[in-house]
Structures are given as structure tokens and as C-alpha cells.
Design a protein around this ligand. Structure first.
Ligand SMILES: Nc1nc2c([nH]c(=O)n2[C@H]2C[C@H](O)[C@@H](COP(=O)(O)OP(=O)(O)OP(=O)(O)O)O2)c(=O)[nH]1
Ligand SMILES: [Mg+2]
Length: 132
């Protein structure tokens, strides 16, 4: 089985969290997620996340503390999802490499069809109510 290390960002801004919808014709197509992507050789997770958020949404972020580490097995791949709390450093979000994005309240997360690996993260966000 393929094992992938993937970074994901919980970006909090003005009390809302940024979520994005995966592109068509990708793994987990059209599912909602916390934006990010696969670690490339030589990168730190923080560098990876900064690069991915810039590529996918045009935002510069400050990567802060680790929020959760989730291991999830899809049919033919295992994902090690490193999920970090982030703040916006600059820019305005645009759907550069995702189908769509939304800024949502924690209470609204339950309305979205998240990738299965993210359900643990959604539950943790609902339980712990981070300060904005
Ligand atoms: N970024 C991210 N990936 C997630 C989440 N949940 C989840 O199951 N995944 C899975 C979907 C994919 O199998 C993998 C991440 O792949 P990706 O398509 O985002 O990787 P990437 O941005 O580097 O894209 P690419 O260059 O490979 O096209 O992790 C999540 O919340 N965020
Ligand atoms: Mg990605």
C-alpha cells in the first residue's frame, strides 16, 4: 500500500475557518477538506503547507501549532494527515487550485461532505472551540 504524508491547514480568521472543495478527477473528488497537500522530498511540513496554501488559494499563511495527526486508510492508500493551526499573513483567498472554498463557522462544518480522514478533525474542532 502507498503511504502518503499530507499536510492540512485549519486557517482561522475573524472567527471562521477556511475549507475547500477538492477538484473533479482527483482522489476524493468534490469532497470538502482542509486545504494542503502532499509532502515533497526535503520539505518540512510547515514549508509544504505554506507552499500548498499559496498554490491552491493564493493566501500566505503563518503555520502555528500542530492540531492533530490522523492516519486514515482509503482503498489503496494510507494517508498520514498532519493538521496545523494557521493564521492568514496576507492575500485574499481565490480558488486557484480547488473547486471552491468557503469561510465557515464551526457550527456550519457539519453541513459539508468532508473526506473521511477529516471527520476526526471536524469533531475535534466542534469539541474544542478554538479562540478566534
Ligand atoms: N490536503 C488535504 N488532503 C486530504 C485531506 N483529507 C484527505 O483525505 N486528504 C487526502 C486526499 C488526497 O488523497 C491526499 C492529498 O492529496 P492532494 O491532492 O491534496 O495533494 P496535492 O495538493 O499535493 O495535489 P497534487 O499535486 O498531488 O495534485 O490526502 C485534507 O483535509 N486535506
Ligand atoms: Mg491539495
Amino acid at each position: 500500500m502507498q503511504i502518503l504524508v499530507v499536510t492540512a491547514a485549519v486557517i482561522k480568521h475573524n472567527g471562521k475557518i477556511l475549507i475547500s472543495q477538492r477538484n473533479e478527477n482527483t482522489h476524493q473528488a468534490l469532497k470538502w477538506e482542509f486545504p494542503g497537500g502532499k509532502l515533497e522530498p526535503g520539505e518540512s511540513p510547515e514549508q509544504c503547507l505554506f507552499r500548498e496554501i499559496k498554490e491552491e488559494l493564493g493566501l500566505s499563511v503563518i503555520v502555528e501549532d500542530i492540531f492533530d495527526v490522523v492516519s486514515h486508510i482509503y482503498d489503496n492508500r494510507q494517508i498520514i494527515l498532519l493538521c496545523y493551526l494557521c493564521k492568514v499573513a496576507g492575500g485574499a483567498a481565490r480558488a486557484l487550485d480547488c473547486r471552491a472554498f468557503r469561510w465557515v463557522e464551526v457550527d456550519e462544518l457539519a453541513r459539508y461532505d468532508f473526506a473521511a480522514a477529516d471527520r476526526v478533525i471536524v469533531r475535534k474542532l466542534q469539541d474544542c472551540r478554538l479562540p478566534s
